[in-house]
Design a protein around this ligand. Structure first.
Ligand SMILES: Nc1ncnc2c1ncn2[C@@H]1O[C@H](COP(=O)(O)OP(=O)(O)OP(=O)(O)O)[C@@H](O)[C@H]1O
Ligand SMILES: [Mg+2]
Length: 298
């Protein structure tokens, strides 16, 4: 008998204090964590800026967990409206009870303000100015107007963290000057140093028993994509993790032996979709060039 939805929901519901966030905290991550703490203690709003997959969301999640605070987050895009941040009235309950707090379903911003939680505004520069403006009052006055209900004041522990990918990436809006002026601590995260990145790969592949030599080649592959002038968006940490996981599974299939040929195949499958070439450069050719440079020609 398949389980019912309520049973499955109860079984798999994520509880705030459940899973421990594991994080590699060497190099830039330790510094970023300290800066987040300093920003909070100084009553300033920080923003994490860095390319995709560099650990911005994980860092905020880890920080909230370490401080023992509820954590809410939302990823902005073109269609994010103020109502998604603030909340709205449930039509059925409103029909019965009118516009009362009982019929209001708070959004993550409202919830974090009332509970004294942390609110991560992911990909801030993807939000339209319309959505960005909703953040002005909470950041400046620590208050928020709930339509038809009135204005709420934030719990004293409420804290906003923003994150974004660097502005030059396509498909993003600018942060409005008004909002920019309210964000005061700019924290850059970049691709980590070699030993930190290898530790991150190890931490994310606990079952992959890969020899140091293979891990080193994986790092070289990833790092190569970050230096090549034909690459517009290089391989992320996620791509390194994917290489290690797929390599480990393929090594098991080959009875523990990970030959250069197998690693090449793994790299072809992962890198061709993980690296964005500059306009006019062929993705397949580029990934072959990068692989040849590290693993040697065929
Ligand atoms: N310091 C770290 N320790 C452990 N794992 C990490 C670390 N940094 C990144 N990772 C790994 O990389 C993945 C991507 O991290 P995360 O989602 O936080 O990146 P992001 O910067 O928020 O990316 P995006 O810009 O795409 O939202 C994580 O799920 C985790 O597996
Ligand atoms: Mg993220």
């Amino acid at each position: 008998m398949p389980q019912s939805f309520p049973e499955l929901f109860e079984q798999f519901k994520v509880r705030q204090d459940a899973a421990d966030v594991e994080m590699v905290l060497t190099g830039q991550y330790q510094r970023a964590l300290e800066l987040l703490e300093d920003a909070e203690n100084a009553g300033l709003t920080p923003i994490l800026i860095g390319p995709p997959g560099v650990g911005k969301t994980l860092l905020c999640r880890y920080y909230a967990q370490r401080r023992g605070k509820p954590f809410y987050w939302m990823t902005m895009d073109e269609s994010t409206k103020p109502v998604h941040l603030v909340g709205s009235f449930d039509p059925a309950v409103t029909m019965r009870q009118g516009f009362s707090p009982e019929s209001f379903v708070p959004g993550p911003l409202t919830q974090a303000m009332l509970e004294g939680g942390y609110f991560l505004v992911n990909e801030l520069n993807r939000a339209t100015e319309y959505a960005q403006n909703t953040l002005l009052e909470p950041l400046e006055e620590r208050s928020l107007y709930l339509p038809r209900l009135g204005r709420i004041k934030a719990h004293e522990a409420f804290f906003v963290i923003c994150s974004m990918n660097p502005q030059e990436l396509a498909g993003t809006h600018r942060i409005s000057e008004a909002l920019k002026d309210r964000i005061k601590v700019w924290i850059r995260l970049d691709y980590p140093d070699r030993s930190t990145e290898l530790n991150i790969i190890r931490a994310n592949c606990p079952h992959a028993d890969l020899p140091e030599e293979t891990l080193d080649r994986i790092y070289q592959l990833i790092n190569r994509t970050r230096m090549d002038p034909d690459v517009e968006q290089p391989a992320s940490i996620r791509a390194g993790i994917a290489l290690a996981r797929l390599a480990s599974v393929q090594a098991q299939r080959e009875k523990g032996k990970l030959t250069t040929k197998v690693l090449r195949r793994v790299a072809e499958h992962v890198l061709s979709g993980s690296v964005k070439p500059r306009p006019g450069v062929d993705a397949e050719k580029l990934s072959r060039k990068l692989i040849n440079a590290v693993l040697g020609g065929e």
